[in-house]
Design a protein around this ligand. Structure first.
Ligand code: CP
Length: 318
């Protein structure tokens, strides 16, 4: 068995990962290239490295999560870090303790890094300005989900070998999606050709002015894309009047085999999860030969190992 690609000896330009908008294209490639080494390690019989031995990481989740929380925990354990898991339900947040008090108390337990998901946009930035620990954004409101965008780019590059020039369309509720925001910024930074598709009530007004292509017809998006990254439609959007009904959404924007068969070439199908099967994506497409949805999950562990490695190595000696 050959040795894995060596790990880089450089650091990203920011000591936190708060959003894709705060990092450079070089940072993005550093995270992706480092993740490739960890992806190789994940294929080995022994998948653990002692790189972050002695580093204390807390996973601070104020919102539900399956993929992000578990893959961060797995990544931390694979790198030998000590892991603390915090969920707001069952904590003193329920008694009214503030976010800042909660994290200051956790930091007093000598925590080096905080992985944080919160419903408030900007919560990780707020914390990073007030605590000493490294802060990693695991999704903040409708603002950003940088680790998801990085694993999405990794998965696209794994399939196409390049990112530059690739036409990647995000389909769904762009206005309320942190996945969409982080992906659009990341794709633009690396020279891909990002686009969006969805009902006009779900597309931010100024996107075209910012250089993004906007499709209001999904068949047009399918004809002009290499990749479709399909977003979850939240059921409350129908109740709030953003779309007339879930059935209408499925009729005009749902991705199904019949629509994809009209494309001139097969498209790569992605979804960050969780999927509403039969709403934004039909099961035969989600589970079909062009879907990389479970590859995204596997790559998520490697990307999060890369992020933890690049940001947290060295804290032992600090
Ligand atoms: N993609 C994503 O963020 O999934 P979870 O909400 O399950 O973490």
């Amino acid at each position: 068995m050959s040795n894995p690609t060596p790990l880089p000896n450089v650091f990203p330009s920011s000591r936190h990962l708060l959003g894709i908008k705060y990092i450079t294209a070089d940072d993005i490639y550093l995270y992706l290239d480092t993740a490739r080494t960890f992806r190789e390690v994940l294929e080995r019989p022994v998948r653990n490295l002692p790189t972050l031995r002695g580093v204390q990481v807390v996973n601070l989740f104020f919102e539900n999560s399956t993929r992000t929380r578990l893959s961060f925990e797995l990544a931390e354990k694979r790198l030998g870090a000590d892991v603390l898991n915090f969920q707001s339900s069952g904590s003193s947040v329920a008694k009214g303790e503030t976010l800042l008090d909660t994290i200051r108390n956790i930091e007093a337990m000598k925590v080096d890094a905080v992985v944080m998901r919160h419903s408030a946009a900007g919560a990780p930035l707020f914390l990073s300005e007030r605590i000493k620990s490294i802060v990693i954004n695991a999704g903040d409101g409708a603002h950003e989900h940088p680790t998801q965008a990085l694993l999405d780019l990794y998965t696209i590059r794994e399939k196409f070998k390049v990112l530059k020039g690739l036409k990647v369309t995000l389909v769904g509720d762009i206005s309320h999606s942190r996945v969409a925001m982080s992906n659009l910024i990341a794709l633009q930074k690396v020279g891909a050709v990002p686009a969006v598709c969805g009902p006009s009530t779900m597309i931010p007004k100024d996107l075209e002015k910012l250089g993004y292509t906007v499709y209001h017809h999904v068949d047009e998006a399918i004809q002009n894309s290499d990749v479709l990254n399909v977003l979850r439609i939240q059921h409350e959007r129908a109740a709030s009047g953003t779309i007339p009904s879930i059935r209408e959404y499925r009729k005009y924007f749902g991705i199904n085999r019949k629509r994809l068969e009209k494309a001139t070439k097969p498209l790569l199908i992605m979804h960050p999860g969780p999927i509403n099967r039969g709403v934004e994506l039909d099961s035969d497409v989600a589970d079909g030969e062009h879907s990389v949805i479970l590859d995204q999950v596997t790559n998520g562990v490697a990307i999060r190992m890369a992020i933890l490695y690049l940001l947290c190595r060295g804290v032992q000696s600090a």
